[in-house]
Design a protein around this ligand. Sequence first.
Ligand code: ATP
Length: 420
Amino acid sequence: MEPILSTSPTSVPQAVAPNRDPLIAEITERGVAEIFPGGAAALAKRLAETDRPLRIKLGIDPTRPDLHLGHSVALRKLRQFQDAGHVAILLIGDFTALVGDPTGQSEARPRLTPAEVEENARTYLDQARQILDFDTPGRLELRRNSEWLAGLTLTEMIELQAQMTLGQMLAKEDFAQRYQSGTPVYLHEFLYPLLQGYDSVALEADVELGGTDQRFNLLTGRDLQIWKGQTPQFCLTVPLLEGLDGYQKMSKSKNNYVGLTEDPLTMYSKLEKVPDHLVERYFELLTRIPLTELPDNPRERQILLAKTIVAQFHSAAAAEEAQRTAQSLVLQGSTQETGSIPEFSIVHLQYPAKLNYILRESGLCKSAADARRQIQGGAVRLDGQKIEDPETEFLSSAELEGKILQVGKKSFRRLVVVAN
Ligand SMILES: Nc1ncnc2c1ncn2[C@@H]1O[C@H](COP(=O)(O)OP(=O)(O)OP(=O)(O)O)[C@@H](O)[C@H]1O
């Protein structure tokens, strides 16, 4: 008879564990900052032993119209849970957006109107669809926290606020710093962690995801679940992805972001310039490529990164095309810093519009005569195609929309149709 100990899991060395589920390993080990309580091993055990799909919560406040790659880090983690058979709860914080998350803010956030929140919430779902599984039955719950927060009575609010002390609130770094520096901290801001925590109670969350900046709010969720007699959630934080500037958190307000709805060329040209020291981190947090398989050459890494991410959000063909166009445009100089190309709105032009008139109106040339000289000198390109006929004209904005107009190697305008 086999000795019992030889089959016991504790006798199997970790590195050669035969039943190590790759999905669980990906969830608990790749792109994770912290798991509490108990670390990766505790969550892995819970995932392996559960007899029902777990409820995984990720809350996003619709404070702005666009999601960016920073948000996609937690969304991708949520998708991994779906792929392992669990229920993703994508919580649109339509009520908490009206309060405003004080996390990471040096002063109170401007408060949004319900109409602004509603407009942003609408676009979020279309963007989240690019990452989450919206199709497999039972894998996704789309919720809004106004469902339970809007109806809380004053009595319930008092009970909720009785769960936390001022000392605990001031342990939150953002509040402490502002309080010490004399920057006003408004009382409604204290409600934010409590309301986000209460969301976990209402949803009976088993796991909550968030960036590392959400630690305090996630822990409040655990405390409130204990108060309500629930099993407290695991908290899994993901690292904060730095933006294209190379050191600050990727954020809309810092204009260092890559938006999830950006066109392939813009995405590509931003991502092929991710600073070297961040390329591996972008691979880790935004792709599934094993880090051991990355090319040694730094330039090849940047290109692979840009192509992989463009392919995820668009298609492999779009990624190839973006690479070709970017190469032909020799994107340097003006796009060096953030990868962004200045936009020029073509709605107000008079059509048919001559190319030299467009070059002057867009500021790419000083005058129509200068534009004519540049065209004849072979310096003008539209989407990488040289145009040498100064009489070239366009009948409507549809012929130009989305294209990149270029003079020489350093001056670009993306032609867009936006009224301003
Ligand atoms: N750059 C980032 N990297 C990783 N996670 C992020 C990043 N930005 C936001 N998140 C996470 O996405 C979730 C939703 O964030 P939230 O709606 O509060 O956006 P935010 O932090 O205010 O973004 P922004 O500063 O762009 O407005 C949170 O868990 C947050 O930690």
